[in-house]
Design a protein. Structure first.
Length: 242
């Protein structure tokens, strides 16, 4: 395995889009994500679970030098944004303008993940995300159709926006498939300054089957949660005997 390289004043490797099991479609425990990221030679990672920051907070407690707290948020209209350098969770389903305001109120960074990789109306999602983004993800290792990343890259270049590459890792084998090379930073402001000269590095795409596994895992977890709710409701409605 590649040994972890400590951050320096030179170039570091950063993955700005990863998940833990706090996302319903991912399997990684925060401790495993931290270990795997170090083994992959990553200097910083953003933990960006769907609608949650608890996994990111746990990972940061384990490795404050490594972890950036983030969240992947589905806005009203189903366009997704990531907030980086967050301190508070942002609810899902809010209007995009409110999501952006809540990220900026936390002195966070607005990151557009896989902006063209949507099954429906990809151009509409791309335009919405690009309009508010500080950084655009132009290589997502899970975006297995070439046109998805290529179109995102062209759009970011056209708007002269900083460009990043990330793994979107949900499972251990996905970590290290993409990263962004950039100068070291210690704050959100320093991060944005360093992103101006950053270089996205997409190493390899994840097999589409990973999406099937993620969807199956999410469905199983949702079914289990629904079953528990029904059982709890049943216990509350059973009249006391005697």
């Amino acid at each position: 395995m590649t040994p972890h390289r400590p951050p320096s004043t030179q170039t570091i490797r950063v993955d700005l889009h990863t998940h833990t099991r706090w996302s319903p479609d991912a399997s990684l425990r925060p401790a495993e994500l931290v270990r795997r990221a170090r083994d992959a030679g990553l200097d910083r990672i953003a933990v960006t679970d769907h609608g949650e920051i608890d996994g990111a907070l746990e990972a940061r407690t384990l490795a404050p030098d490594l972890v950036i707290v983030g969240e992947e948020i589905r806005c009203r209209g189903r366009t997704e944004l990531i907030g980086l350098f967050l301190s508070e969770r942002i609810p899902m389903g809010l209007p995009m303008e409110e999501v952006v305001d809540r990220i900026r109120d936390q002195d966070g960074v607005v990151y557009a993940p896989h902006p063209y990789a949507y099954p429906y109306r990809p151009g509409w999602h791309l335009r919405r995300a690009i309009a508010v983004a500080d950084v655009v993800e132009v290589f997502n290792a899970r975006a297995f159709l070439t046109v998805w990343n290529r179109t995102a890259d062209s759009a970011a270049r056209a708007q002269a926006l900083p460009r990043a590459a990330s793994s979107d890792a949900h499972f251990p084998s996905e970590i290290g498939r993409a990263h962004t090379e950039m100068a070291a930073f210690t704050s959100a402001c320093g991060f944005l300054a360093a992103m101006r000269k950053a270089r996205p590095v997409g190493l390899r795409l994840t097999h589409p089957g990973a999406h099937v596994v993620s969807l199956s895992m999410k469905a199983a977890r949702l079914a289990a949660a629904a079953s528990r709710r029904l059982a709890d409701d049943g216990r509350r409605t059973v009249p006391a005997s005697g």
